[in-house]
Design a protein around this ligand. Structure first.
Ligand SMILES: O=P(O)(O)OC[C@H]1O[C@](O)(COP(=O)(O)O)[C@@H](O)[C@@H]1O
Length: 412
């Protein structure tokens, strides 16, 4: 098993970013490339120290699940949980996950940093190349670009990834010929919310490299490996950067969430085997678009608002406009999180999140079809997305006409 990233050094808490680093975004990234610059004192590669949690009343859910992982202090870290003492996803995947979680801690520090506005003048990629935005791509924000670089460097360092396809790059990046995995990612979803300190998230999906394509030219095999159907996902996850930083993941045996303990740098199992309620009472959508919606969707929302749907109570609305946050709430409370226009990406967003929702007992749909069974034909393919409780998704689909075809290019 390849050694994990060198993030075990115990360093005393220090400002996340030294002010002197702020003049240059590339220096800023450089500082994040060096684990020792982080105040994440220790990670799960050493046994977790839980003293900092005593007295915080961690729930029984974390404790009893941790016992399954063999953790002797009653808590399980993400890396304990996926290792041999827990659900044992295999050494290669453990190494990859340890690098992904490391990258996400760096992004968590970045989005919370008082200095990240210094990236505002950054327009190109940190390595100096440009991120070409095609006509169907949104202009990336500086934090999107830096997050993308952070993920890419972690995947490279893992030695386990053949190709990374990112929402921020026009084309997938071939990393190493013998990497067993393919990673698709939206490194920083909801970044338009950053300036207002509203939650954001990282989304990722993991496939196996298709060895039968190994003989093809790099560009071709990079594309085809990245266009695998969602039914072939072996793992997926999101990391929510909010009042808590939360790593929610599935390897095909349930959906589990781990909360970052900032005092130790560990993701601690806090939500084992999340089960989305079969019916919720919340709908989540940008309903300023009501007049651009098709008749079916208007009727559905009108009905559930008034308690005239299949469930005889009035629904409430919640919309953060940050997909990871809206989905996370939906997983816990039930209901439906939706974006009915062709906006969210099948490869980077819809597939990984549908995998997590299905593993939690819910459904992911484009309004007509199961998301995971839609074969991607383009890397940046967009589609309507409805995620949520199985009964809510069934009811919504029964209205037939719920996909918004009018998509005028909203500015806000
Ligand atoms: O403008 P809309 O249709 O409400 O879309 C909001 C959605 O777009 C997102 O911001 C993603 O879009 P970007 O990838 O362009 O940031 C989601 O986080 C959010 O759910």
């Amino acid at each position: 098993m390849q050694s994990p990233p060198n993030i075990t050094a115990q360093v005393s808490p220090a400002p996340l970013l030294q002010p002197k680093l702020l003049h240059s975004p590339s220096k800023l990234l450089h500082s994040f490339s060096s684990p020792r610059n982080l105040f994440l004192g220790r990670t799960s590669f050493q046994g977790p120290k839980m003293a900092s949690l005593s007295g915080f009343g961690f729930g029984s859910q974390a404790k009893c699940s941790a016992s399954a992982s063999g953790s002797d202090n009653g808590f399980s870290t993400l890396i304990d949980y996926v290792g041999k003492g827990g659900i044992d996803v295999g050494d290669d995947l453990v190494v990859l996950l340890s690098h992904i979680q490391f990258a996400c801690k760096r992004i968590a520090a970045l989005v919370a940093s008082p200095f990240n506005s210094s990236l505002g003048k950054q327009t190109g990629r940190v390595d100096g190349s440009s991120v070409a935005g095609g006509s169907d791509r949104d202009a990336p924000k500086p934090l999107d670009i830096v997050s993308n670089e952070i993920i890419l460097s972690s995947l490279r360092n893992s030695g386990k990834v053949a190709v990374m396809a990112s929402e921020e790059d026009n084309n997938p990046i071939w990393i190493t010929d013998d990497g067993p995995f393919v990673v698709v990612t939206d490194p920083l979803d909801g970044s338009r919310n950053i300036d207002a300190s509203i939650p954001t998230g990282t989304i990722f999906g993991i496939y196996r490299r298709l060895v039968e394509l190994d003989h093809l030219p790099r560009e071709e095999k990079a594309q085809l490996n990245s266009l695998q159907s969602g039914t072939r996902l072996i793992a997926a996850g999101y990391v929510l950067y909010s009042s808590a930083t939360l790593f929610c993941t599935s390897f095909g045996s349930g959906t589990h969430a781990f909360t970052l303990d900032h005092s130790t740098g560990d993701f601690i199992l806090t939500h084992a085997n999340i089960k989305i309620p079969t019916r919720g009472q919340i709908y989540s959508v940008n309903d300023a678009r009501y007049f651009d919606w098709p008749e079916g969707l208007r009727k559905y929302i009108d009905n559930v608002r008034q308690g005239k749907g299949r469930y005889p109570k009035k629904y409430s609305a919640r919309y953060i406009c940050s997909l990871v946050a809206d989905l996370h709430r939906t997983l816990l409370y039930g209901g439906v999180a939706m974006n009915p226009r062709d906006h969210l990406r099948l490869v980077y967003e819809a597939n990984p999140l549908s995998f997590l929702v299905e593993q939690a007992g819910g459904k992911g749909s484009d309004g007509k079809n199961r998301i995971l069974s839609i074969q991607p034909v383009k890397l940046h393919q967009r589609l309507p997305l409805f995620l949520g409780s199985s009964e809510d998704i069934d009811e919504l689909e029964s209205y037939g006409d719920v996909q918004q075809k009018v998509n005028p290019g909203y500015e806000v």
